[in-house]
Ligand binder design. Structure first.
Ligand code: SAH
Length: 345
């Protein structure tokens, strides 16, 4: 098995380079090339003999762009091929405060949420730290401009790929590498409770986002099978404990599905459960009308219902934001592009 050098920190790479009988300073040069998205053959100032040694002992698990769609609103969706021919998506969004990339953490997803295209064919495998990092590096290279923010809201459940995701976060936040501040990184989870507790112990001041999507267990279990293992009470208790330990506020995602979870009683119940378990922290809910994944038969709530829902939360002193739908003309919903590529949709 060859060593995956793009998953290494600079100190780890330094040890590796020394183990090949090469001087230490070469590690810094190699690391610089890796962060600029080069593979071994493209490393300009590295002698041919060292390139050969590197190619014999290691590989760069980089993501290769195989499709790119540009939306009218400037959102760009990339389809990346991995070393074994699998594919994942990344989305680049332009906000006033800078460029934000949404990256994938797994090839497919095991969680089975009813409205989500990423999970249609199940999970193929988890991504390596390098494969998550490479989505950022290659997208930045293509955009020709620094990416300042990352959201882990693409394909996959990041907390199901816990160790690799933590390693990725340490790599991408390192001053030796892309140096993206943890406060500019969000991780979204469907609610893997034991890993939320583990994350609280990591000392990584990222923003945690919880995909809640319902305010009672029956509805939530019908949308998200993970709720059968960790119900709303367990999940929101973990959120409360996470905030207590880290002081980092959590945001809640709520996808509005017409006639399923979007009336004013749902909103009132949501306000009440959030306050019951998480009343000690500032509460913020992002409301997202479900994106059409036609095959799944979910209809987005209309504007009037969304506004009424948001109004009930606001009356209860819970901040609510209605998410703009970026890239709706380019299959930008979770997993749609890959699903088409794989002919799952
Ligand atoms: N597995 C993680 C991260 C990936 S999904 C999680 O569940 O949070 C990112 C967000 O998109 C989640 O909140 C997910 O529930 C939501 N999502 C998935 N499919 C969607 C759809 N068709 N419409 C709107 N939101 C969707």
């Amino acid at each position: 098995m060859k060593t995956d050098i793009l998953s290494m920190t600079l100190p780890e790479l330094t040890e590796f380079v020394i183990s090949l009988g090469e001087p230490k300073y070469r590690a810094g040069q190699i690391y610089g090339w890796l962060m600029r998205g080069e593979d071994i053959s493209g490393m300009g100032n590295i002698p041919k003999s060292l390139k050969e040694k590197l190619s014999d002992a290691s590989f760069v698990a980089s993501a290769k762009m195989i499709n790119k769609q540009v939306s009218r609103d400037g959102t760009v969706k990339y389809l990346y091929e991995l070393y074994d021919g699998e594919a994942v998506e990344s989305v680049l969004m332009q906000y006033k405060y800078g460029k934000t990339i949404c990256i994938s953490s797994e090839v497919g997803c095991p969680m089975g949420c009813a409205f989500c295209a990423s999970t249609l064919g199940g999970i193929k495998r988890k991504l390596l730290p390098s494969e998550m990092l490479s989505q950022v590096i290659q997208t930045q290279k293509d955009a020709g401009e620094r990416i300042s923010n990352i959201v882990m809201m693409g394909i996959g459940e990041p907390l199901d790929n816990y160790d690799n995701v933590i390693k990725f976060l340490r790599l991408v936040g390192s001053p030796d590498g892309l140096n993206i501040g943890y406060r500019h990184i969000s991780l979204s989870t469907c609610g893997i409770v034991d890993k939320i507790y583990a994350l609280a112990d990591e000392d990584l001041p990222i923003t945690l986002s919880i995909s809640l999507h319902a305010s009672d267990d029956e509805t939530r279990s019908s949308l998200m099978p993970v709720n059968n293992k960790w119900n709303i009470e367990k999940l929101l208790t973990a959120c409360r404990d996470y905030f207590k330990k880290t002081g980092r506020r959590i945001s809640f995602e709520y996808t509005l599905v017409s006639g399923k979870n979007d009336d004013e009683r749902d909103a009132a119940r949501l306000a009440s459960v959030l306050k019951k378990y998480c009343g000690t922290m500032p509460l913020h809910v992002n409301l997202i009308p479900v994106n059409n994944v036609t095959e799944r038969g979910f209809v987005p709530s209309d504007r009037g219902r969304v506004e009424k829902f948001a109004g009930v939360l606001t009356q209860n002193r819970i901040e609510a934001t209605v998410r703009r739908r970026l890239g709706s003309d380019i299959d930008a919903s979770c997993g749609q592009l890959r699903a088409k590529h794989e002919k799952i949709l």
